[in-house]
Design a protein around this ligand. Structure first.
Ligand code: LCS
Length: 399
């Protein structure tokens, strides 16, 4: 373990040192990539004791791996949770958590603005197992209370939401969940623990698409879940073991490395995003801008209360609808036209026809994703270059 008193350390220090210092087995300063599927037992008796849960030890990488352990310890520190569990993707983390809590006949009450893949899982896959998801407008907390019944197994929210940056009140959502003796799950992908720690606000389980800011470099697909140790142990020993949505040692290592620079990256993403949001707000070809750091954001006050910063995603509606949006996306030179987000490189995409094409036209309208709605994942490049790029691209657009 590191000699550092981690309880007293600031977040940026935890990002660098939290995973426990040098590797105990070798002294390696960077945790090694333990690229091994299986682990030798010291004796037949020791192997049997590990299997029986009477002795600690690694068995097989689907059940656990030291590189994965380093990542899980680190994310649990940063989210201020008791334990963490890594998965092969954000969807593996989300689906595993939902399957661990629900059975046939259960229901989930969820906010209705979600990553399109989560929405599809909720609306198409879960009903095949007779699990119903009630997607409601989470900005009105009464909607949660009104939809909970004796078969509700959890509340699920994403805040800020992808791609509209809608903010949901975590503290009061947790109170509603606990009044009904069910857990609150929060997808913390957009803010990361650098800007928001849902467990401190009363949530029970945090999930991440670690593909995004936690990896940070657009080179890894991964997911994480954080919560109480008993729950995480059970999740590891049941759904993760049985369904097998594990992370590879290499990807776990890439995330440990990504976390070391999380604080500096998030600062820069946010500074750039605020400047881009301000620039777009004043642009005559832009109808509306969504960024929680703008005082014009409908839940700016709530964002200030539950977040320490606003993240790096900016969405806007361009005048001239889909055609204008397409022209803009085809005209940018520095922004890359691609889905995903949270990379050091700036990305641009059209949620209505890409990440959120899983929503029906009616549902898109309900969650305010119009034809001219464009999402930016603002990277860590020089902000003047980013604004120059948007400016030259907007000049080409007829509205
Ligand atoms: N949660 C959020 C908030 C997400 O944005 C995504 C992916 C996921 C979960 C799923 O994670 P994955 O399995 O992809 O690691 N969001 C994407 C997006 O906006 N564009 O491409 C993927």
């Amino acid at each position: 373990m590191s000699k550092l008193n981690l309880k007293k350390a600031q977040f940026a220090t935890l990002c660098v040192h939290g995973s426990g210092g040098v590797d105990q087995a070798t002294g390696a300063v960077s945790i090694p990539i333990y690229q091994s599927s299986t682990f030798a037992f010291q004796s037949a008796r020791a192997g049997a004791e590990i299997f029986a849960g009477e002795r600690e030890g690694y068995v097989y990488t689907r059940i656990g791996n030291p590189t994965q352990t380093a990542l899980e310890r680190e994310i649990a520190f940063l989210e201020n949770g008791e334990a963490g569990l890594a998965f092969g993707s954000g969807m593996a983390a989300i689906s595993s958590v939902i399957f661990s809590l629900c059975k046939s006949g259960s229901n989930v009450v969820a906010s209705n603005t979600l990553y399109g893949g989560t929405h599809q899982f909720f609306m198409e896959t879960l009903p095949r197992y007779e699990i119903e998801v009630r997607e409601i407008d989470g900005t009105n907390l009464d909607n949660f209370t009104d939809n909970i019944d004796e078969n509700t197994r959890c509340i699920y929210i994403e805040t800020p939401a992808n791609p509209t940056l809608t903010i949901i009140d975590i503290k009061n959502c947790a109170k509603i969940a606990h009044k009904h003796k069910i857990p609150l799950i929060v997808d913390n992908t957009f803010p990361t623990p650098y800007f928001q720690r849902p467990l401190d606000l009363g949530a029970d389980i945090v999930v991440h698409s670690a593909t995004k800011y936690i990896g940070g470099h657009g080179d890894t697909v991964a997911g994480l879940a954080i919560g109480k140790k008993d729950y995480i142990d059970e999740l590891r020993g049941t759904i993760l073991r049985d369904i097998g949505g594990i992370i590879s040692p290499l990807n776990a290592w890439l995330l440990v490395r990504g976390l070391k620079t999380l604080a500096v990256r998030m600062e820069r993403h946010e500074e750039n995003a605020l400047e881009v949001a301000k620039y777009l707000t004043l642009h005559p070809k832009v109808k509306q801008v969504w960024f929680p750091g703008l005082t014009t954001h409908p839940q700016h006050q709530l964002a200030c209360e539950q977040m320490s910063g606003f993240g790096g995603i900016v969405s806007f509606e361009i005048k001239g609808g889909r055609k204008a949006g397409e022209k803009l996306m085809n005209s940018v030179q520095l922004f890359t036209l691609a889905v995903s987000l949270g990379d050091v490189d700036s990305l641009i995409e059209h949620p209505g026809s890409m990440t959120h094409s899983t929503y029906s036209a009616e549902d898109l309208e309900k969650v305010c994703i119009s034809e001219g709605f464009v999402r930016l994942s603002v990277g860590i490049e020089d902000r003047h270059d980013l604004i120059d790029d948007l400016s030259q691209a907007l000049k080409r657009v007829d509205t």
